[in-house]
Design a protein around this ligand. Structure first.
Ligand SMILES: [Zn+2]
Length: 282
């Protein structure tokens, strides 16, 4: 399957990853300058193609919503082109302290990319903010807000972006729609807390880190609620495994049935549970 380009507004586009793969957003300013939000080096051709198709003449900033490889491995590519990279201090700190081994692990199946992009390496943002900041282009105001509750929710860098002029809210991986989330890098109780204020946010379009974009606040709140309930249920079930009241298979079966039966990326369920059982709790 191929990714699709979703038009989220007059000058905002989302590269929707196939089958719940990572979404990347493009916000275009007057004159064709663009802000790119997240980029994965493994899908750099798709990103370049989308920039071309949407008429973007140049990328002015790259923003990282958080530190995970599928959102930040394109940093080196854009740094080479002199493009400033914006991220939260939480994101940069996590990449500095823990990003190296993860980068190497993720690169193992795609070693040929080291030849295609000489010097390809973990690359940290150079424009760093703590709680909030604003990124602008002509006609574009993006409000960035750090949302990782106590420094750790889905990740340690979780940042949301609000495109003021067109009322588009980009939630990063705090929100997954129609697919099982990746929880194994996260702190689920903090993630649940981080979701609370998002129920009150205002937007016309809501863009998750993975899965289709959502039209309107009412539908958006429904998705935030689903995300919250999923995490609460899953966390409760992890506790049941920990206490011996449920087996790992019972929990896996539960997470794949009922309300969750239609969700994509089903392989994540086992990975999420296994990560918990091995005690490697980030
Ligand atoms: Zn992530």
């Amino acid at each position: 399957m191929e990714s699709t380009i979703h038009r989220a507004g007059k000058s905002a586009y989302v590269i929707i990853g196939p089958e719940g793969a990572t979404n990347f957003s493009i916000v275009k300013g007057a004159g064709g300058a663009a802000v790119l939000i997240d980029a994965d080096i493994r899908r750099i051709d798709e990103v370049e193609e989308a920039l071309k198709l949407t008429g973007c003449a140049e990328v002015k900033y790259l923003i990282n919503t958080h530190e995970h490889f599928d959102h930040t491995s394109g940093n080196h590519y854009f740094r080479q082109r002199g493009i400033p990279i914006v991220a939260s201090a939480g994101c940069v700190g996590a990449m500095r302290n823990e990003g190296g081994p993860d980068f190497e692990r993720m690169m193992k199946p795609v070693l040929e990319l080291y030849e295609r992009f000489p010097g390809l390496s973990l690359t940290l943002a150079d424009v760093v903010f703590s709680d909030r900041t604003t990124v602008t282009l002509p006609g574009v105001t993006l409000q960035l807000e750090y949302r990782a509750e106590n420094g750790h929710s889905h990740s340690k860098g979780d940042t949301t972006i609000y495109f003021e002029e067109e009322e588009i809210f980009i939630a990063g991986d705090l929100l997954y729609t129609e697919v099982h989330p990746v929880t194994f890098f996260g702190n689920i109780p903090n993630w649940l807390t981080a979701l609370k204020p998002l129920f009150q946010t205002h937007y016309k379009q809501l863009v998750p880190g993975h899965g289709p974009a959502v039209d309107g606040e009412q539908a958006g709140r429904g998705y935030f609620q689903k995300m919250h309930d999923y995490l609460e249920d899953f966390y409760g079930n992890l506790e049941e495994i920990r206490s011996g009241r449920k087996s790992r298979d019972e929990v896996a079966t539960h997470m794949l049935a009922g309300n969750y039966a239609g969700l994509g990326k089903t392989r994540m369920v086992e990975r999420n549970i296994n990560q918990f059982l091995t005690g490697k709790w980030y």
